[in-house]
Design a protein around this ligand. Structure first.
Ligand SMILES: [Zn+2]
Length: 133
């Protein structure tokens, strides 16, 4: 019983690994795509890109857990432009905030809701911290 449990655990861990690797690769490709699109749209105003790869959700501070990555939906990557620094910041949200953003987007222009403002505030702070400010 105990060894069966242990064996199962090993298999599950291996599965999680491959789940994690694939989205990471896709995420990088997606980020590249978003960056190129933004550069076409905004030109030289966008000088760099940065992926907010923290474990916490910039919307609510909750954890972005591994389970999320197993679902296609979890691959939705969001981005916003930190104009003052000419950087495109890409980020992921927990499923709760992702759903809230989608819902709010139906009735509000992008970036005008308290949730958007909270997300952008947290991302800007994380970016500045990352840059050593
Ligand atoms: Zn959240």
């Amino acid at each position: 019983m105990l060894s069966a449990e242990a064996g199962k655990f090993v298999v599950d861990t291996a599965k999680q690994d491959s789940f994690m690797k694939k989205p990471e690769k896709e995420m990088k490709e997606l980020l590249e795509l978003i960056f190129l699109q933004a550069q076409m749209q905004f030109g030289p105003a966008i000088r760099s890109r940065w992926l907010h790869a923290e474990d916490d959700c910039p919307g609510c501070g909750g954890e972005l857990n591994v389970v999320k990555f197993k679902k296609k939906k979890a691959l939705s990557l969001n981005a916003f432009i930190f104009r003052e620094h000419g950087v495109l910041i890409a980020y992921m949200l927990c499923s709760k905030c992702a759903n809230a953003v989608i819902k709010l987007g139906e009735t509000h222009p992008h970036g005008t809701t308290p949730l958007h403002q909270e997300i952008e505030k947290n991302l800007k702070a994380a970016y500045l911290k990352h840059q050593g400010h």
